[in-house]
Design a protein around this ligand. Structure first.
Ligand code: ZN
Length: 282
């Protein structure tokens, strides 16, 4: 049995009606074609080896936080024509990752225009497959760690999803949906601001935030939105992923990790917080 794990962002109005206020789903796809949405019933009880292969979001957290093996990092951005991210988004992502990941050899952005050869909506498996096809290198290549964001044309199969984190090294941002999430009043927040935050948010999931591959000593996970922060000043706040973002957050959008997020990552790096489901350990 193949169990896939995906963090799905931003339930739109249609999903909202069907699933209450749930804005995060974990989809357990049991065999291909048969999928179930379990709302808030996050199931982290994987057996010892179910996360192997491409891992789950957070399975390469230690590879990023430690410089013992992976001394440099490439943030690979593969975009379809017309979907290139804003420079402000990739600049901010690089800055945020440099803040938490120990990479003495540097962290670089690698931008590549790509035709994903995909039509119609996207599923988590599509993101995994097309992301894998487009990867310039294996995520763990020599002393370099590769994490990838794809920016495809088209939308996610569930309405209102701005981005997804699908395995240990792969996320997707859906530009059309991000554009639609722009605020109606004076276009605040702008689609650019939303893209900035959602990109950092998804990579935050690859860092294991919040409580994806560890249990924080601080109670800052939102019980109603598992895997997310309860602090609206954290980029890991649940509403960052929501297509209703512009109506939920009226002030400045959060675009940085808060102190609890940073403390979790520091604790993982120092070994004072136990980590699990890792593809690599120092
Ligand atoms: Zn999220």
């Amino acid at each position: 049995m193949v169990v896939n794990f995906v963090i799905i962002e931003g339930m739109g109005d249609n999903m909202g009606r069907n699933l209450g206020v749930a804005s995060l789903l974990v989809m357990l796809m049991l065999f291909s074609g048969l999928s179930g949405c379990f709302g808030d019933d996050l199931d982290f009880s994987f057996s010892d080896d179910e996360y192997l292969g491409t891992g789950i979001p957070g399975s390469l957290t230690m590879a990023c936080l430690s410089s013992q093996k992976y001394t440099s990092m490439i943030l690979e951005i593969d975009f379809e024509p017309g979907y290139e991210p804003e420079t402000s988004s990739t600049d901010l992502l690089k800055e945020r990752m440099e803040q938490v990941c120990d990479k003495p050899g540097g962290i670089e952005i690698l931008l590549t225009e790509t035709d994903f050869q995909h039509s119609g909506s996207w599923s988590a498996d599509d993101v995994r497959d097309k992301g894998s096809d487009a990867k310039s290198n294996d995520p763990q290549s020599g002393s370099t760690l590769y994490w990838q964001a794809i920016f495809p044309s088209g939308e996610y199969e569930n309405d209102g999803v701005l981005g997804v984190a699908v395995d240990a090294s792969t996320i997707a941002i859906f530009g059309e949906t991000v554009d639609e999430a722009e605020g109606p009043i004076f276009n605040r927040p702008s689609s650019e601001e939303i893209e900035n935050c959602v990109l950092v948010h998804e990579f935050g999931h690859l860092l294991g935030l919040v409580n994806l591959v560890y249990q924080s000593p601080v109670d800052h996970e939102d019980p109603d939105h598992p895997g997310h922060s309860n602090n609206e000043d954290s980029v890991m706040y649940w509403a960052v992923e929501s297509s209703d973002i512009s109506s939920i957050i009226t002030g400045q959008l959060p675009d940085e990790f808060d102190q609890d997020d940073l403390d979790d990552l520091a604790g993982l790096e120092a070994g004072t917080i136990e980590v699990e489901k890792q593809l690599w350990l120092p």
